[in-house]
Design a protein around this ligand. Structure first.
Ligand code: RAM
Length: 358
């Protein structure tokens, strides 16, 4: 555990250092904010001096760090600031103190990745009653009709689940035992993707889902449940890991155990920066993701726009997200309230994995 936390901190530090460069490339440097120093809406309708609390799943996962950096960049462009606050484990209990702090500090908005769809709702309702705008990103919250919030979705949920299964099917000839190595068992995003994976698996009658295990987005736990999976199912043909922590942990294990890698195909959602060495050594053929930097950047713009009254939750309404352009609010559908989708994921393989700097 100690070793893994140290390694994770090191990875986080390296990613943080490289993020400045990534953001310059991804977002340009022009300011989208007007020049009114009084806090009144600027030319683009966004007030200056806003404080947005970013509450990621945890503060140690390099994916979440990249997303938070995107949010910081957005608020910098808008003349405001981001405070990142969360726990070190993917639980709602670890996030509640951060929501309470945001309330005490009179934040203008909260951007949160829900570790559990409903456990955060009482605190978020309190924040909303205090006038704080609520945005979820990465992993939605489910609070019924209250508080109103906007979900910044990374990619179409059905497409993510469906394409993961298709990617694996292609590589294993649509046959054999398969398993899922997920994040926290209560994570809204992974569970929604898994729902669509199960649906898509019905199209492959010779592929059998034998187990879903949960590594909590912690490298040590992910490794333990992976090893359990491999010993329980010696004939396992494929693993889908819809988490950057799970897939990178599994890829590292397979890379060090070539005998297992020969029998088990791994795909899922991974950061190209963490995965490229495993693509190059032949451990992994393909996987997918979106740019987490851009996800945070979009969420930052959405939060600032809602807090300024220049965006609304109305279906079809639009707001500007700096260098990413304009985004439209989608109608609520199947358990998800008003949402915005960043865009389709990119599939990475040996032909393109070097071209991405996140
Ligand atoms: C992990 C987290 C995050 C998810 C990515 C793909 O880093 O679980 O929520 O979106 O993987």
């Amino acid at each position: 555990m100690t070793i893994s936390r140290t390694a994770r901190r090191r990875a986080t530090a390296i990613l943080s250092l490289s993020v400045a460069g990534v953001m310059l490339a991804a977002c340009g440097s022009s300011s989208n904010a007007g020049s009114d120093p009084t806090g009144k809406p600027t030319a683009t309708g966004v007030k200056k001096g806003l404080t947005v609390y970013f509450i990621p799943k945890d503060t140690q996962n390099p994916y979440e760090v990249l997303a938070d950096q995107g949010g910081k960049k957005a608020l910098e462009e808008l003349g405001g600031k981001v405070v990142v606050s969360s726990g070190t484990a993917d639980t709602a209990a670890a996030q509640i103190p951060s929501i309470q702090t945001a309330i005490q500090k009179h934040a203008d908005a909260i951007v949160i990745a829900g570790n559990d769809p409903s456990a955060l709702c009482p605190s978020l309702n309190q924040a909303s009653a205090a006038g704080i705008k609520i945005v979820s990103f990465d992993s939605d919250i489910s609070c019924g009709t209250s508080p109103n919030h906007l979900f910044i979705n990374q990619a179409d949920t059905a497409d993510v689940g469906t394409s993961e299964v298709d990617l694996l099917a292609k590589q294993i000839g649509s046959t054999g035992q398969v398993a899922i190595l997920s994040a926290a068992a209560s994570a809204t995003n992974q569970n929604a993707w898994i729902g669509f994976m199960k649906k898509q698996l019905t199209k492959y009658p010779n592929m059998k889902l034998v187990s879903t295990v949960y590594g909590n987005d912690d490298p040590a736990t992910s490794l333990t449940v992976l090893q359990g999976l491999l010993s329980a199912y010696p004939n396992l043909k494929g693993i889908i890991s819809p988490t950057t922590v799970g897939i990178s942990t599994a890829a590292q294990y397979l890379s060090n155990h070539k005998d297992v890698a020969k029998k088990v195909t791994l795909t899922g959602l991974g950061l190209p920066s963490q995965m490229k060495s495993y693509v190059k050594d032949g451990t992994v053929k393909s996987f997918e993701l979106w740019n987490p930097n851009q996800l945070g950047y979009l969420a930052g713009y959405a939060a600032a726009s809602l807090a300024s009254g220049s965006a609304s939750l109305q279906t079809g309404s639009t707001f500007k997200a700096g260098t990413l352009g304009s985004y439209k609010v989608l109608a609520p559908a199947s358990g998800v309230g008003p949402s915005v989708v960043l865009g389709p994921p990119t599939v990475f393989d040996a032909s393109n994995v070097d071209k991405f700097n996140f």
